[in-house]
Design a protein around this ligand. Structure first.
Ligand code: ZN
Length: 139
């Protein structure tokens, strides 16, 4: 295990722009407030989405695409640096008209409406390639 103490420096709430890309909006907020490490939760609705499932045998992400309106029943993630850019690692549980859920690692989604709470920590978090998992994990 690799851990560190973090202290909250600031907290923000934000409304995401209709028609914008969900994860880019969160990364935009992080850039705007100069967050080098943050944790967030969000909820709302999207008009389409692509979530990824990481296959632990193949070491590959496989996409699951939904091209219809979905509720963002839950969204949680964090912000850290990856290859010189702020990356919002984002997981979601999305639900459709029958209440059934699609969930996973959010690659992209189009915002219908979204509300975010972001807690910004002092210091910086950075990701780098991890040989064992073939994922970009925190240093
Ligand atoms: Zn993920």
């Amino acid at each position: 295990m690799n851990y560190r103490e973090v202290e909250t420096e600031a907290e923000y709430v934000a409304r995401l722009e209709t028609g914008a890309e969900w994860r880019s909006e969160i990364e935009g907020l992080a850039a705007e407030v100069e967050a080098d490490a943050a944790w967030f939760t969000a909820l709302g609705a999207v008009s389409d989405a692509e979530v990824w499932f990481y296959d632990q045998d193949d070491y590959e992400y496989y996409p699951v695409t939904v091209d219809e309106p979905l509720e963002v029943a839950s969204c949680v993630g964090n912000v850290s640096w990856l290859e010189g850019e702020r990356f919002a690692h984002t997981h979601v549980v999305l639900s459709g008209p029958d209440g059934e859920a699609v969930a996973g690692h959010l690659n992209e989604a189009t915002v219908f409406a979204g509300e975010v709470h972001m807690r910004v920590f002092g210091g910086e978090l950075e990701r780098a390639h991890d040989e064992t998992t073939d994922l970009d994990l925190w240093l």
